[in-house]
Design a protein around this ligand. Structure first.
Ligand code: HEM
Length: 522
């Protein structure tokens, strides 16, 4: 390069740097300075990057800061989060002018230039596409395309595989030890590929981390979380996108991508980079994949492929974490553990629980089981903030004016523990609070119970941004817990270190060693 070019490049870089510094300074000094929050976070995201994003402590920080600053506070130069349930519901209302912030693009995009329902963000055009895609996919995620067998029957088959898997571990011995954090993830991954394309990945069958997916995700999550804090992400996108997984990878998500690619090819979808539309004739198997192919006519093959991959990631990890945390709470709460086991054994004895697997309709009539799951979700919602972009006219949040363009995120980890909403014992795992609220006749309408339900529902997002897999997740978690405790007894192997919990954008839960014993009467 000639020295003239070097001078020009240096000059342009300096200009870009000065522009960036000026923008950050302007945002810090003028736009959001009336909103409370830690000083260093208002100046730069780098503190978040090094101290919390990478350490897995973000959720603890979110809880502490809301105690200090209240309902809304700053988490970055252009970022604020709130634990006000009314505001979080309002963001997702049908006619809400909020759109998903570019945060989604950086965090959830799996390929350069290809968006999924989750990653469509950052502009009114993307918002329009998101609305359309969300509506098209809703029937598929609700299980309407899983016809023969039904979505519930597919889940049941996998639950039976899980029971056999644990039985084999126990074999002739009276007791076995399992790492439930891994088992829950293996199980959730096998379910998701079964509901998608009628075939489990084989994690449980082979008792192996297929393609080292679980290990790779564990290594990758802290880095992903740290990168999400970078204010210069748009500049980095072209470089970082080269590091995203592909079906050609030796390990990790790429291996699961290859399995998805095979499933799509088997249905004659043309997976080219060209703008070719997929062939809907290939989607006749009565599962989610065929539903997606039939309902999303006109979508490019590449987009369909990434929609499937997103479902694998979004649909396995969160469900596994809910199962792990429910089990973690139960094994250290003997009264709750006993009460749930009693509900199950009474249900079996009175014929209100079917065999071999409890029906979903029956789990709805098991108040304590439902309470255990809601209590778990309340205490351990996802740590990510799911930032939305405030509309140009700005908004009033908890008494503060939030200017247009600000990223407003959810502080779910504080919401679930607010003593003014849940009572002085908000930090305690106490499923009874749900039973008491349901029986509370003081308002004559069950209003308190409904409010609690609406608040815990926010762990799935709200309204038009709400999780598409919510009903599948509830079905999986409630049925699986009921069946595990119908057949087995669980206890923590190491009482001083029952599990390791780190909160990145998703939970990273490891080392949950449980002893498993077969129950005498099933
Ligand atoms: C306990 C388990 C789960 C939790 C806590 C959870 C939570 C969430 C949250 C918080 C969001 C983002 C909401 C927002 O943008 O404001 C989301 C989105 C999504 N989730 Fe889930 N999820 C769970 C299970 C599942 C499952 C099992 C599936 C698929 C089978 C799934 C598929 C999706 C999809 C497709 C979206 C994107 C929806 C959209 O942007 O329109 N999730 N989920």
């Amino acid at each position: 390069m000639s020295s003239d070019w070097q001078t020009l490049a240096g000059f342009l870089l300096s200009i870009l740097f000065i522009l960036w510094i000026s923008r950050e300074f302007y945002i810090w000094r003028f736009r959001l300075r009336h909103i409370p929050g830690p000083f260093r976070d208002s100046v730069s995201c780098y503190w978040t990057l090094f101290s919390r994003g990478y350490s897995g402590q973000l959720y603890l920080w979110q809880r502490q800061q809301s105690q200090k600053y209240g309902r809304v506070f700053r988490t970055g130069p252009n970022h604020v989060i709130t634990d006000d349930p009314d505001v979080l519901r309002r963001l997702g209302a049908l006619r809400s002018p909020y759109i998903k912030a570019e945060w989604y693009m950086d965090i959830t995009r799996l390929a350069r230039g290809t968006d999924t329902t989750l990653s469509l963000s950052g502009s009114p055009h993307a918002d329009k596409l998101h609305r359309e895609r969300h509506a098209l996919l809703a029937p598929t995620y609700a299980g309407r395309d899983n016809t023969s067998p039904s979505l519930e029957d597919v889940v049941d088959t996998q639950i039976q595989s899980l029971i056999s898997y644990l039985d084999q571990k126990i074999q002739n011995a009276n007791m076995a030890t399992c790492d439930f954090s891994a088992v829950a993830q293996y199980f959730a991954l096998d379910i998701i590929s079964s509901v998608l394309w009628s075939e489990p990945f084989g994690f449980l069958r082979d008792d192996v981390d297929v393609g080292r997916y679980v290990q790779t995700m564990q290594d990758f999550l802290p880095i992903r979380a740290a990168l999400s804090s970078l204010p210069i992400m748009p500049w980095l996108r072209p470089i970082l996108s080269r590091l995203l997984p592909t079906p050609r990878d030796e390990a990790g998500l790429g291996k699961l991508m290859a399995a998805a690619e095979r499933a799509l090819h088997a249905r004659s979808a043309r997976l080219s980079d060209a703008d070719g539309k997929h062939d809907p004739a290939g989607g006749g198997n009565g599962d989610m994949l065929s539903g997606m192919m039939n309902n999303m006519k006109g979508i490019r093959d590449r987009e369909l492929f990434h929609e499937v991959i997103m479902a694998i990631v979004a649909g396995s990890d969160n469900t596994a974490s809910a199962l792990r945390m429910a089990m973690a709470f139960l094994v250290v709460n003997p009264p709750a553990y006993r009460r749930l086991c009693e509900e199950i054994s009474q249900g079996v004895a009175s014929g209100k629980i079917s065999s071999p697997v409890v029906r979903e309709s029956e789990t709805r009539a098991m108040p304590y089981l439902q309470a255990v799951v809601r209590e778990t979700l309340r205490l351990y919602p996802l740590p990510a903030e799911f930032y939305k972009q405030v509309p140009p006219e700005g908004d009033e949040v908890a008494g503060y004016h939030i200017p247009g363009g600000t990223w407003l995120g959810a502080n779910l980890n504080s919401l679930g523990r607010r003593t003014d909403l849940w009572g002085e014992d908000a930090d305690l795992f106490r499923p009874e609070r749900w039973i008491e609220a349901a029986a509370d006749e003081t308002d004559g309408q069950g209003q308190r119970f409904r409010n609690m339900m609406n608040m815990v529902d926010l762990v799935f997002g709200s309204g038009r941004f709400q999780c598409l897999g919510k009903s599948l997740a509830y079905m999986e978690v409630t049925k699986t817990l009921a069946e595990l405790l119908r057949h087995f007894d669980f206890a923590a192997v190491e009482p001083t270190k029952p599990l390791k919990v780190e909160g990145y954008l998703l939970w990273l839960i490891t080392g949950q060693l449980l002893s498993v014993t077969r129950k005498r009467v099933a």
